[in-house]
Design a protein around this ligand. Sequence first.
Ligand SMILES: NC(=O)C1=CN([C@@H]2O[C@H](COP(=O)(O)OP(=O)(O)OC[C@H]3O[C@@H](n4cnc5c(N)ncnc54)[C@H](O)[C@@H]3O)[C@@H](O)[C@H]2O)C=CC1
Ligand SMILES: Nc1nc(O)c(N)c(N[C@@H]2O[C@H](COP(=O)(O)O)[C@@H](O)[C@H]2O)n1
Length: 248
Amino acid sequence: MRREASGRTDGAPAANPNGFPVRPAMARMHVLVNAATSVDGKLASRRREQLTISGPEDFARVDRLRASCDAVMVGVGTVLADDPSLTVKDDDLVAEREARGESPQPARVVADSHARTPPDAAVLDDRARSVVLVADAEPDEHAAALDAAGADVVVAGGNRVDLRGALADLDAMGVERLMVEGGGELIFSLFEAGLVDELTVYVGSLLVGGRDAPTLADGDGFVSDFPDLELADVERLDDGVLLSYTVA
Ligand SMILES: NC(=O)C1=CN([C@@H]2O[C@H](COP(=O)(O)OP(=O)(O)OC[C@H]3O[C@@H](n4cnc5c(N)ncnc54)[C@H](O)[C@@H]3O)[C@@H](O)[C@H]2O)C=CC1
Ligand SMILES: Nc1nc(O)c(N)c(N[C@@H]2O[C@H](COP(=O)(O)O)[C@@H](O)[C@H]2O)n1
């Protein structure tokens, strides 16, 4: 089982057996967060079932964004709720990746402190590489089940995935562009750790409501030192609006 310690900052591996190009470690990766919300900022209803908010134009944009990245990341809450594949759907985009000398699909990454990803989850299928980030406190047998399902299990943090260390590991594996698709707990933690460079939010013409429905950024929330967002673009897509921000 490949179970790695987190936070290696002492250089990239001399040879990379996993298909990522070898490059100097800690050349800081670019982190993009993308999500779709209702007008009231919800990612899904209180039932936490997958909700189709984007229309065809936005899904095509998301596919292009995935294709431009080395890895696509979600939290295990999203895996349990949506069972996403996180793959690039358009064959032309896959072909373009291959023509650039990249793997056909970006890697899938799950932040999963307690190794709760079901072994038969779509995100672990053989369409792309899968990396599951677990906490050190997690019993070896949980991680072993993920390893047996084909995932690369990376230990990152004590009781909860330490995102800064985990991103350093992904960086050392050659991930230069990381797309994060949610959910709200993971997105908040990334902002809290100051790890986000860009945020794109598609706001669909839908009102969901519900105090327990997940929002774009959940966690404990900020009470001061709010992330510094700069509005870079506004675009009408389908029956909604795409808001693009850079994060200082
Ligand atoms: N509309 C959209 O664009 C999207 C909607 N969703 C929706 O969001 C919901 C899932 O979101 P959440 O429940 O917030 O789950 P999440 O996907 O953010 O996962 C949270 C889990 O990730 C794990 N984790 C490990 N390390 C962590 C860290 N450092 N910080 C935070 N979490 C960490 C924890 O086990 C935690 O419970 C579902 O209803 C799903 O349908 C999810 C993605 C996109
Ligand atoms: N961009 C976007 N718009 C929506 O309306 C959505 N519901 C989501 N959800 C995200 O996409 C994942 C599903 O990916 P696959 O189609 O299975 O590859 C889902 O898990 C959310 O992260 N996104």
